[in-house]
Write a protein that binds this ligand. Structure first.
Ligand code: SAM
Length: 289
């Protein structure tokens, strides 16, 4: 049986089509069916699920997704993969290929338009192109209210940052932002050997269950994220020094009042604050600035 998750099928496909792999699009194709099984298991799919896949590539994951999900919307930027995809996905009626830049597309709108019904939402399952991992994850979390679960392969280093605890070196603005919108878990690690061509780093699959409401309720989301960003831009400084350089017009004694109101020690470093503490600080600043 034709199976595009097999390494020999992928190699043969690339050769027959004289396909030139494009580094600039982060093209590292999965050539291990077991890893695909594990991704599907983490995605916990059933025949009611609508799935968006970013970057189908040769279609190895797309093919398997189509067998378990109701519908698959596969968004691919590289026009040159389309002839290969039409071979691997031949006859699969529940797959729609969309030639687009995933950063410029609104997936809520896509699913609504294509299915006429966004109720119940959809899942995103993908082996992400690594050159845009962080902007893609933030694009999904910030601008899509109907995405329920995101299961994505990312660089191991990004997976560590997404799942880090306060006070560790991997904890940063990305951790705080992702955990604001979703419950993030490391699903499993993936060695670089299961890709063609082999990337320079190991990978991991993370699972993000999107929260119905953000993890915390802040008075002003814009101020919250500005404060988080300012803190991590100067992560070696004390909170008082990092934040007073963010808003130089506010005298230090006013900042001290803000810290007091938030019940946070101003000599702590920002990297030790959890998301609730960031929220208290941002709210106190919003009220007193
Ligand atoms: N899903 C395939 C697999 O697992 O073997 C391919 C994964 S490969 C890491 C990333 C895929 O994303 C490539 O097919 C690449 O062309 C595509 N891609 C890169 N940038 C993209 C973008 N901005 N929007 C949509 N697809 C993109």
């Amino acid at each position: 049986m034709f199976d595009p998750t097999s390494p020999s099928v992928i190699r043969d496909l690339l050769q027959r089509h004289k396909f030139r792999i494009k580094k600039k699009f982060g093209q590292n194709f999965l050539i291990d069916g077991n890893i695909i099984n594990k991704i599907l298991y983490a995605a916990d799919l059933n025949n009611m699920d609508k799935v968006v896949e970013i970057g189908p590539g040769m279609g190895a994951l797309t093919y398997r997704l189509s067998k378990v999900a109701k519908q698959v919307f596969a968004v691919e930027i590289d026009r040159a993969v389309l002839p290969l995809l039409s071979e691997t996905l031949d006859g699969l009626e529940n797959v729609a290929l969309i030639e687009a830049d995933a950063l410029k597309i609104n997936f809520d709108q896509l699913v609504q338009e294509r299915t006429g019904n966004i109720a119940g939402g959809y899942k995103v399952v993908a082996n992400l192109p690594y050159y845009i991992t962080t902007p893609l994850i933030m694009h999904l979390l910030e601008r899509h209210s109907n995405v329920r679960k995101i299961i994505v392969m990312v660089q191991e280093e990004v997976a560590r940052r997404l799942t880090a605890s306060p006070g560790t070196k991997d904890y940063g603005a990305l951790t705080v932002a992702a955990n604001y919108y979703a419950e993030v878990e490391m699903a499993f690690k993936v060695p670089r050997t299961v890709f063609l061509p082999r990337p320079e780093v190991d990978s991991a699959v993370v699972s993000m269950t999107v929260r119905e409401v953000p993890a915390i309720n802040v008075k002003n989301q814009h101020i919250y994220f500005a404060l988080v960003k300012a803190t991590f831009q100067q992560r070696r400084k004390t909170l008082l020094n990092a934040l007073s350089s963010m808003d130089k017009d506010l005298p230090k004694d006013r900042w001290l009042d803000i810290f007091k109101q938030a019940d946070i020690d101003p000599v702590r470093r920002g990297e030790t604050l959890n998301i609730q503490e960031f929220a208290r600080l941002a709210d106190a600043y919003t009220i007193n600035r």
